[in-house]
Design a protein around this ligand. Sequence first.
Ligand SMILES: Nc1ncnc2c1ncn2[C@@H]1O[C@H](COP(=O)(O)OP(=O)(O)OP(=O)(O)O)[C@@H](O)[C@H]1O
Ligand SMILES: [Mg+2]
Length: 302
Amino acid sequence: MLLEIQGLGMDFPQGGLFSKSTLRALNDVSLNIAAGEAVALVGESGSGKSTLAKLVAGLQMASRGEIRFNGAPRADAARDDIQMVFQNPFASLNPVHDIRHHLERPLKLYGLNKPGALKELLEKVGLDESYLTRFPHELSGGQRQRVAIARALAPKPKLLLADEPTSMLDVSSRMDILQLLGRLRKETGVGLLFVTHDLAAARWLCDRILVLYAGQVMEMAASDTLLRAPKHPYTQLLLAAATHGVSLETKLPAKPGRANTIDPTPGCPFQNRCLQALSECSHTTPTLVGSEHQVACHLESR
Ligand SMILES: Nc1ncnc2c1ncn2[C@@H]1O[C@H](COP(=O)(O)OP(=O)(O)OP(=O)(O)O)[C@@H](O)[C@H]1O
Ligand SMILES: [Mg+2]
């Protein structure tokens, strides 16, 4: 297995120095990604998607749980094996350096700077050598994101983490970058963890979709299955929001308090917004059941 995540948890202290409150950004998340597989991480803002990606990237240390890469602890993974592409390609490229600098550095660092390597790398992402002397501000958002992807691919990683790589782009660049990622998956066999708000993009690009809510896995299944027959009321709501423009908030009762502070109200984190909530939802936290199609919802065991 390329990536094995077991019981991952992440807590952040909240409310300043003298506050004892803690935000549970991730709670008991488990996920496996096979070599070459692509998994999408969806869920509304604050659900913990970026936190999960950052933990896998090794940018933050988890509070609990384990991440293994190629059968060994994450900390032992070669630095070049897991690469990340961020949301904002302007912030991730250095404005004072040209594109050559951005791409040559990782190639040199990993001893891959052979003749023709730069050209090959640019071609992979649909750019040519004329871009080498250009600076980030001379590029469109889509072109910048191509450079960021090329840089991430330079060390030939086995796993690419892409945190909303298209959300700051206009619609046509968004399609371009999605298609590029799809092509690169096929050509390089790189595994992908794709963070997105876009369910259609998730389905198009990824084999499986994992739905996070308040730092917990609500549902996980093959992309087609999840979107055709979503089981969790939250997934159903996300889908309705995407296909019929239903607001994530207006049709539902107001959300009292935060769903994922430590010592939260017992029961399902989604109970206060769930139109199908049962009495047990307010006192027992549903566990994730199923193997191919996993769901954490009391309705499932009815
Ligand atoms: N370094 C941090 N310190 C304190 N709290 C944090 C930190 N990073 C994230 N959080 C909190 O953890 C929760 C999850 O954040 P995260 O960035 O993972 O959400 P997200 O799903 O990526 O949201 P978005 O879709 O808006 O990017 C949020 O409530 C956030 O405020
Ligand atoms: Mg995020």
